[in-house]
Design a protein around this ligand. Structure first.
Ligand code: HEC
Length: 409
């Protein structure tokens, strides 16, 4: 790659010279918004600073990282993490503040048919995408390291999940497991291997609903070495019952949604070091209980919709469990609220419209068809007339027309 780079240097200088000749055009180019080109003289200059997380990382991820990432490092280059891009040896593909000295820009700006153009395969970047990268580099090529860390941790967890390796079972272990399978199936539970190539077991008792209680958890005995997924949603398990789960060190997914579990129950989960997914939706859990989860190093997703957990409680846990996705369901709540509001509004409008509709279609005075815009209110209802004269007659003595109106209804 060094060879390519030095071979390209003269080109870079040439580009610089061309730039010097047309500084204005370039400035506009660099600032161009991704929108369609505006008519001459009305170009909008993008004055807003480029946001790395929102604009640059996704661009690199979608167009570059499959060849320059964790799996492949074409040209010895990774573009997914800051520390690989900026090694500070004078060979970095990005020179902060200097897009025209950055090899990365040089390569993405090559003509589509140039053998060295990047991306090496697929479509060339658009003018807007190139402009964005230029602007970002001009602004100092900021690349916050904190989010790299979360990304790396997620990646490590993904790898871990892909190979659930469990120690093989001996004869006695196999027999105990077979017994557990039998007992759980007798209860009406669902028991199966997570995949064909693993011993890992998935148990689902949620279909039993409240028929599954703490006693049903006893049927799990024998699955200690292999149980990885357990669904107890909607069952009658209690806080004390969860004490049994401490015996299952390989548990990765646990669903306790819509059970009566509370803070005391969570204390029994604090030793489940492999737990990646925990669903506590619709439980009694609050901030106190959450503190027991701070010891779960692998926790990736935690669902807390409709619990007593507060924003502050979730935030406190988030600070201890960096990279864990803690879902309070506030977005879903807001959405449901908006839907309910819209529905109430529509109903109120329908009611109002119905109230505005006259009770009669023929004029109580003349017997002719009505003009809906000529009306009076009578005993809380709207009465329409064929003309203003009839309305005047009616208004003079409404009671006289009551019978006629009644007959029409
Ligand atoms: C299909 C694979 C592929 C994709 C996608 C791709 N590249 Fe490359 N990239 C390569 C290969 C192969 C090389 C090495 C070329 C060589 O050695 O001649 C390379 C080299 C580079 C280099 C030079 C590395 C150095 O240190 O000299 C840069 C910079 C670069 N790519 C940037 C990008 C950018 C930016 C993108 C996305 C817009 C991208 N690449 C997308 C395959 C790819």
């Amino acid at each position: 790659m060094a060879a390519l780079r030095s071979a390209r240097r003269p080109l870079a200088i040439l580009t610089l010279a061309a730039l010097a000749a047309a500084p204005l055009a370039r400035a506009q180019d660099a600032g161009a918004t991704p929108a369609a080109p505006a008519p001459e003289g009305t170009e909008k200059v993008n004055t807003e600073k480029v946001d790395f997380e929102k604009q640059i990382r996704p661009l690199l991820r979608d167009h570059c990282v499959k060849c320059h990432g964790a799996d492949k490092q074409k040209g010895d280059l990774r573009l997914d993490l800051r520390r690989f891009v900026f090694q500070g040896e004078g060979e970095d593909p990005i020179v902060p503040g200097k897009p025209d000295e950055s090899v990365l820009i040089e390569l993405i700006e090559l003509p589509a048919d140039d053998p060295d153009v990047m991306p090496a395969e697929g479509e060339k970047l658009s003018a807007a995408q190139i402009a964005l990268l230029r602007q970002w580099i001009s602004e100092g090529a900021e690349w916050p390291e904190a989010s790299d860390k979360a990304l790396e941790e997620r990646e490590a967890r993904r790898k871990l999940r892909e190979n659930i390796e469990l120690p093989a079972l001996d004869e006695a272990g196999t027999q105990r497991e077979a017994k557990a399978f039998e007992a759980l199936r007798a209860l009406g539970g669902l028991v199966q291997r997570v995949a064909a190539n693993t011993l890992a077991v998935d148990v689902n008792l949620s279909l039993l609903g409240t028929r599954a209680d703490d006693a049903a958890l006893a049927a799990l005995d024998g699955l200690e070495p292999t149980l990885v997924w357990l669904n107890l949603a909607r069952t009658k398990v209690s806080d004390e019952g969860l004490a049994r789960l401490a015996k299952f060190p390989h548990l990765r997914r646990l669903n306790l949604a819509n059970t009566s579990i509370g803070d005391a129950g969570l204390a029994h989960l604090s030793g489940l070091a492999q737990l990646e997914y925990l669903n506590l939706y619709g439980t009694q859990v609050g901030d106190t209980g959450l503190s027991h989860l701070a010891t779960l190093p692998r926790l990736e997703k935690l669902y807390l919709w409709q619990t007593a957990v507060t924003e502050a409680g979730a935030k406190a846990l988030g600070e201890k469990l960096v990279g864990t996705r803690i879902d309070l369901g506030r977005e879903a709540e807001a959405m449901l609220e908006a839907v309910a509001k819209a529905k109430a509004k529509a109903e109120a409008e329908a009611q109002k419209a119905a109230a505005n509709e006259p009770m009669n279609s023929t004029c109580p005075v003349s017997g002719k068809g009505v003009d809906k815009s000529v009306f009076s209110e009578f005993e809380g209802k709207r009465v329409a007339f064929c003309c203003v004269n009839c309305k005047a007659k009616f208004d003079a003595d409404p009671a006289a027309f009551r019978e006629k109106l009644g007959a029409k209804k």
